[in-house]
Design a protein around this ligand. Structure first.
Ligand code: NGQ
Ligand code: ZN
Length: 467
């Protein structure tokens, strides 16, 4: 039996044109918005949101298993005089962790992580999934076993997911053979496409589930294998999303120049039709020409500020890129934090600290930094998901957040200051009270419907992993 239309009345809601009053939201049984009507009449039969309503934020970059190692690598592992920890030494630790992941463990970690995301107001996630094989590198009976566990965890939590199985083929530029500790990740374009095909048959796409692919990085594929992957994807699902790690570390930029004769972003833009279906994650190290070219391409720059800060990556030229109308979105990546408010705050603070100015990412038509960054990352993040999300408009998913109007960060402020309070203030518990994903209220009064059970399972999985 199909359920009747559902609805919510909001005294204030953030629509594509900004804050509007008396907004009636209506959606169908599949979780798609049927109408969004400002200046509507409240009526007796319609539930009323307890506070201002925002669209849910897409999380454009996640490695779910890494949630279980958050907080466990914050010590100096390198020894000897002048020894430094860096991205690469962190990666060694992370690989040791990845080697221990089991299907059951991954399911429990992903389930808990996605609940944390929903509680934070992330209503979609793009999962850049690369641990595919058994501990010894051989295939599971179902080649898509681990990816399927992640898809199922998303379904159970209620979050929308774009599953991006990762092609990891080489250890470095010039088609270097994979390292032993990368054996769980390795595929050819053909085997990866087969894995994706298997997964698509077992778990067909629907309103909350989409597929794409992720060539891991230019280090991990070649020109030819990237081409083969994209051709295969287009045969299966034309225009599906493509995500890639692109220029996170100066060492990879140097290696790319040395073996390929160009910087990574330039190399990619010169050889492939990079457009709005692409998400370039960590385009951190780009020069002025690449900044202009990337902005012009229409691709989304995937920024993961808390992870990039945690790993000591560097600072993306956000100001110049936004001035040239570049698209952005945010992701929680390694999940050292799961909070888009912190991502947006740090995005601005990196610019403030390096330029010794304030309100760097404001623009002439959007003088409020939080409003500009929120709107930009909704739009770019939505594009990266390849799903109809990121805005309160007809046809989009009914994904939204209800703020606590009495929260100390926004109470007594005018609506024009609400997003500033939400993003920049760090006072006590989250101002996010309720969260709807696909029209279902999955977080009610800061609690997810399944959080106790999921947390117990997460702890059990973690205990097992850390044994
Ligand atoms: C990853 N993570 O794939 O998990 C990467 C590290 C790599 C981040 N870049 C591994 N944050 O890039 O080789
Ligand atoms: Zn990543």
């Amino acid at each position: 039996m199909t359920q009747a239309t559902q609805s919510l009345f909001a005294d204030h809601a953030f629509l594509p044109e900004g804050w509007r009053r008396n907004v009636l939201l209506q959606w169908n049984a599949h979780g798609a918005l049927l109408s969004v009507t400002p200046d509507a009449q409240a009526s007796a039969g319609v539930a009323r949101a307890s506070g201002p309503v925002l669209p849910g934020m897409p999380n454009l970059h996640s490695h779910a298993f890494q949630r279980a190692m958050a907080g466990l690598t914050e010590y100096r592992a390198a020894s000897g005089t002048g020894a430094t920890d860096n991205f690469w030494s962190w990666r060694d630790l992370m690989y040791r962790f990845a080697a221990r992941i089991t299907p059951e463990g991954l399911a429990s970690i992903a389930q808990w992580l996605y609940i944390e995301m929903l509680k934070a107001g992330y209503t979609s996630v793009c999962e850049f999934h690369y641990v595919h094989h058994m501990q010894d590198g051989s295939r599971y009976a179902n080649a898509a076993e681990l990816a399927q566990r992640v898809v199922d965890a998303a379904g159970a939590s209620g979050i929308g997911i774009t599953m991006l199985p990762v092609l990891y083929q080489y250890a470095g530029f010039g088609a270097q053979p994979p390292r032993d500790d990368q054996r769980r990740f390795i595929n050819t374009p053909e085997s990866l496409l087969t894995l994706l095909d298997t997964l698509r048959s077992a778990r067909p796409e629907h309103g909350a589930l989409r597929y794409g692919v992720a060539p891991h990085s230019l280090r991990a594929v070649s020109n030819d294998t990237l081409r083969a992957l994209l051709d295969g994807l287009d045969a299966m699902s034309p225009g599906a999303p493509v995500h890639i790690h692109i220029a996170e570390q100066t060492a990879e930029v140097d290696a790319c120049i040395e073996t390929e004769g160009a910087r990574p972003v330039q190399w990619l833009l010169d050889r492939f039709d990079v457009d709005a279906r692409w998400c370039l994650v960590h385009a951190t190290h780009i020069d002025a020409d690449e900044t202009t070219a990337l902005a012009k391409s229409g691709a989304v720059a995937g920024l993961c500020l808390t992870t990039e800060a945690n790993l000591g990556d560097g600072i993306f030229p956000t100001h110049d890129y936004l001035e040239q109308r570049g698209r952005i979105g945010v992701g929680s990546d390694s999940h050292i934090g799961v909070d888009w408010r912190a991502e947006l705050r740090l995005l601005e603070y990196g610019q403030r600290l390096s330029r010794r100015q304030r309100n760097v990412l404001a623009s002439a038509d959007m003088p409020r930094v939080a409003d500009r960054l929120f709107a930009a990352s909704l739009e770019g993040g939505a594009l990266a998901t390849g799903r109809a999300v990121g805005a309160l408009r007809t046809g989009a998913r009914a994904d939204f957040i209800v703020l606590d109007a009495n929260h100390a960060s926004i109470a007594e402020h005018g609506s024009d200051a609400w997003l500033s309070g939400v993003v920049f203030c760090e006072h006590g518990e989250t101002p996010i009270r309720d969260v709807y994903a696909g029209g279902l209220k999955v977080v009610d009064g800061r609690k997810h419907r399944d959080e106790e059970r999921a947390y117990a399972q997460y702890r059990a999985a973690l205990a097992e992993l850390l044994k």
